[in-house]
Design a protein around this ligand. Structure first.
Ligand SMILES: Nc1ncnc2c1ncn2[C@@H]1O[C@H](COP(=O)(O)OP(=O)(O)OP(=O)(O)O)[C@@H](O)[C@H]1O
Ligand SMILES: [Mg+2]
Length: 464
């Protein structure tokens, strides 16, 4: 059903006009000549009101007071305020008080509809986040997912959680591999979750860390020490960056997976352990196998259940919801349970310009980078309402880059020039990291190098 908009305007002519504009755009409109009647309707109405548009200065209940009441009674409903020319200051105060947007008279129907569409989009976002949270609770609190691939991933996690097979999680840095591993563990009902980063320790330490050692196994081994496999007995062992596991330890891991047996360093006899192994890597393990750095049999053994976490730029639908989620956490209202976008003390969310930027930026650091960007913005500004200007410069610059690309048609750039602009823009955004740039551009590194070399031959200032 079409969205229902409550319209409050004392000027009968303007009311009629606005009502018509909204209705002809496909919305349902309930129009009122004063704030009291609108408030009564909101209080009593069983209908799902999606948005309130109110004039500011009206006889009786003012727009300000109405806003206050709506925020108190129905905090999930956004309010757009109509103000007279010259009252911008009070309009800004209203936005601070939780109004979604304001329109200054005279305004065109386009402006009205744009603002309405944004406000409705923002409400959808909040509902989505609430739903994503509910969904997340079923599997794992804190795994926010609304995009198709992530929702599917979450379903698979639910299905494979109780199976004993190893899981291999692949994906770029910061995509949420560890979070997925924790979600699997959470849904498995197994005992302990033990995590180890295979890249963090030198070979010999890693061996005794994983498998333990007996007293006297090597200098300094002055007592028996169980390894992480034993610690994770009955639980889940998370092997992070498994691609970095030294060749020499790979047979021991294979044996643990195949036989359910490990042997402490220096021990004569193996021990049985019941451990579910979940491994993660941001490397291309198949290539590691081809190049002889990773044992093929171990690869196939780990890869029984393979999960891929897609990069953020391939699931744009997650960005607004994740942004809202991190914002709420940063502001410290996590778990407040309410869907309120802003208490009376301040608007709470992201402007549509800010959201557009977040969707345009390629996120080389994926969800982690998004989280840092929002936490940083909240820390720096102290605000709970984030606008484009509050975002880090590299993200804001995306807009400039994209505008350049968008303006290319106007400037009649050739496809080749456009390609060059775009490649340079992506390179700028990943701070010159060519592997990352090649990945984002969907070309192999060699092609990228060749293209950069060509551009340089053309005598350009290709930044490399
Ligand atoms: N879907 C998500 N919902 C909520 N938070 C997320 C999600 N995905 C990632 N995060 C957050 O982003 C950050 C990075 O996630 P995580 O550590 O799981 O990434 P990773 O893939 O293991 O990265 P790396 O390869 O660098 O180790 C964490 O703070 C995590 O909580
Ligand atoms: Mg990780």
């Amino acid at each position: 059903m079409a969205e229902l908009i409550v319209l409050v305007e004392d000027d009968r002519e303007l009311r009629g006009f606005l009502g018509e504009v909204l209705e002809s755009a496909g919305y349902r409109v309930a129009a009122f000549g004063d704030g009291w009647r609108a408030l009564q309707a909101l209080e009593s109405s069983a209908a799902e009101v999606d948005l309130v548009i109110t004039d500011l200065r009206m006889p009786g209940l003012s727009g300000e007071e109405l806003l206050d009441q709506v925020r108190r009674l129905r905090p999930e409903i956004h309010v757009i305020v109509i103000t007279a020319f010259g009252s911008i200051d009070s309009a800004i105060a209203l936005v601070k008080a939780g109004a979604y947007d304001y329109l200054t008279k005279p305004f065109g129907s386009d402006e009205l509809l744009l603002s309405v569409e944004r406000a409705l989009e923002a409400s959808r976002l909040r509902r989505q986040l609430a739903e994503a949270r509910r969904g997340a609770l079923v599997n794992f609190p804190g795994l926010v997912a609304v995009s198709r691939p992530m929702v599917q991933l979450r379903e698979i996690v639910g299905r494979i959680a109780v199976s004993p097979f190893p899981v291999l999680i692949t994906g770029e840095t910061g995509t949420g591999k560890e979070l997925v591993a924790r979600a699997i563990h959470h849904a498995s009902g197994r005992k302990a979750f033990v995590a180890v980063n295979c890249a963090a320790l030198p070979e010999n330490l890693l061996e005794s860390e994983l498998f333990g050692h007996e007293k006297g196994a090597f200098t300094g081994a002055d007592r028996d020490k169980p390894g992480l496999f034993e610690e994770a007995d009955g639980g889940t062992l998370f092997l992070d960056e498994v691609g970095e596991l030294p060749r020499s330890l790979q047979p021991k891991l294979l044996r643990a997976l195949e036989e359910g047996e490990i042997r402490r360093v220096g021990a004569l006899r193996p021990r049985r352990v019941d451990v579910r192994v979940v491994a993660a890597t941001n490397r291309d393990l198949e290539r590691e196998v081809e190049e002889g750095r990773f044992r093929e049999d171990l690869y196939w053994r780990l890869n029984v259940v393979a999960l891929h976490v897609p990069p953020l730029r391939e699931r744009l639908e997650d960005i607004p919801v994740l942004a809202q989620y991190f914002l709420e956490r940063a502001v410290g209202r996590e778990g407040s349970g309410s869907t309120a976008a802003g208490g009376p003390e301040g608007a709470f969310g992201l402007s549509s310009e800010a959201l557009a930027l977040l969707k345009a930026y390629p996120w080389p650091g994926n969800v982690r980078e998004l989280r840092n960007a929002l936490e940083g913005a909240v820390a720096l500004t102290g605000k709970s309402w984030i606008e484009a200007a509050d975002l880090p410069a590299r993200i804001r610059d995306t807009a400039v880059g994209l505008a350049k690309v968008a303006g290319a048609a106007e400037h009649r750039l050739s496809l080749r020039e456009l390609e060059r602009e775009y490649i340079l823009e992506v390179l700028r955004q990943v701070a010159g990291n060519k592997s990352r740039a090649a990945e984002i551009l969907g070309m192999d590194r060699k092609t990228l190098y060749r293209k950069l070399a060509e551009y340089r031959l053309e005598g350009d200032e290709a930044e490399t």
